[in-house]
Design a protein around this ligand. Structure first.
Ligand code: GDP
Length: 371
């Protein structure tokens, strides 16, 4: 018997006549559109008109490490400042998996559709420097919002220290407010120090918790609970409703142990489901009630002033630090001094003092050179 492949009739391996391959280089290239470069006034004008394209480009300048971009960004921020401040700024935190993105999607849609708000979602994620790119505030995590015209979503700036990242987010808030966004979310992961930074730039701090896990297991530090103006227990749906209710009463009890916040507001605990979108209205009624409360007792303005002061000192500290470590004389001497400390030839304090003297001395040398 003959094997089918050896049969002359067999066509399986026959090569059919093909067509000529297309050229490797596209003969019809489209002209690459040049990115428009705006003057500072054009940036400001575009932002004030609510142009998302211009706003996004301005935020990119804020986030840039380049000196000339920073100069330009500062000029834009300065000009936008008089148009900022008219928003409700809300910090949202919770451990990974608590349902932040699902909730932000649900909250955002409620605020845009039912309350006619314009929402900007920003994020602070200092870990993003290590992971090269932040997932917080990422559009793909908020499906409905990402299609909304009245929503602006921006992931965390990724470069720099926590202080630097937070400052950029704070500056972005100013630009978003000038562009007409009246509600600002600042999202962060509730496990580190970034909450303190977020707390220093928002009016209301919302903590997302889960039922069924001990407080320790959720990794939420006591200090973060103390900062919260509202605790919301997510995933109160299906068979989890009862557990969520129980967790809520436990959180209420825990809050009683904390001293009364400076605002005079008793933090509330609510349950909801971000996924089923239930209990959302109650959360926002609470936030709006808080805003009325702190606006009438003066705490709102007091806190914003306090935050401005905090950011002035933060910026000075950041500047001094980066100026010190980038100073050529310091850079040259620092490792040598470190070795001397490690070899016990000089104490840490003396070494630090000498380094600072070297740094401040370099200004005098500069000044003398200029005379
Ligand atoms: P994030 O890491 O805090 O941003 O959390 P995600 O929003 O990504 O949610 C983590 C997981 O929890 C996802 O699988 C969600 O579908 C789920 N989830 C979020 N909200 C709810 C909710 O209200 N109910 C239930 N049952 N699951 C939820």
């Amino acid at each position: 018997m003959i094997h089918p492949e050896n049969d002359p009739q067999y066509k399986g391996l026959a090569v059919n006549q093909g067509i000529a391959p297309p050229p490797a280089i596209n003969p019809y290239p489209r002209e690459k559109r040049k990115r428009l470069v705006y003057t500072p006034s054009e940036y400001v004008e575009g932002i004030l008109k609510g142009s998302i394209t211009v706003l996004s480009q301005a935020v990119t300048l804020v986030e840039s490490q380049k000196y000339e971009h920073q100069q330009l960004a500062q000029e834009i921020i300065e000009k936008c400042l008089p148009y900022s401040g008219n928003s409700v700024r809300i910090g949202i935190t919770g451990v990974p998996g608590a349902g932040k993105s699902t909730s932000i999607d649900a909250f955002g849609m409620y605020l845009i559709k039912d309350c006619r708000k314009k929402l900007a979602v920003l994020a602070i994620d200092p870990s993003s420097e290590r992971s090269k790119g932040s997932i917080l505030g990422d559009k793909t995590r908020m499906e409905d919002l990402s299609r909304e015209q009245n929503a602006f979503i921006r992931p965390s700036p990724s470069a720099g220290s926590l202080g630097g990242v937070a400052r950029k987010t704070r500056e972005t808030i100013i630009l978003c407010e000038a562009a007409g966004f009246d509600t600002i979310f600042v999202e962060t992961v509730g496990v580190g120090q970034s909450e303190t930074a977020v707390h220093s730039m928002v009016d209301f701090f919302l903590l997302i918790q889960l039922a069924g896990t001990g407080d320790e297991l959720q990794g939420i530090k006591r200090g973060i609970m103390e900062m919260a103006d509202g605790i919301i227990v997510n995933k109160a749906d299906g068979s989890n409703i009862e557990k969520a209710g129980l967790a809520a009463s436990q959180f209420r009890n825990a809050l009683h142990l904390f001293p009364m916040p400076q605002s005079g507001w008793n933090p509330k605990v609510l349950t909801y489901s971000g996924y089923c979108r239930t209990g959302i209205k109650e959360i926002w009624d609470m936030v709006f009630e808080y805003m009325d409360f702190v606006k009438s007792n003066g705490y709102f303005q007091f806190k914003r002033n306090d935050q401005s002061r905090y950011w002035m000192y933060e910026t000075i500290n950041e500047y001094l630090k980066s100026n010190f470590y980038n100073n050529p004389a310091v850079e040259k001497e620092l490792k040598i001094k470190e070795l001397q400390v490690l070899n016990s030839r000089v104490s840490s304090f003396v070494a630090a003092k000498e380094m600072i003297e070297l740094w401040s001395g370099s200004f005098q040398n500069d000044a003398e050179a200029r005379v």
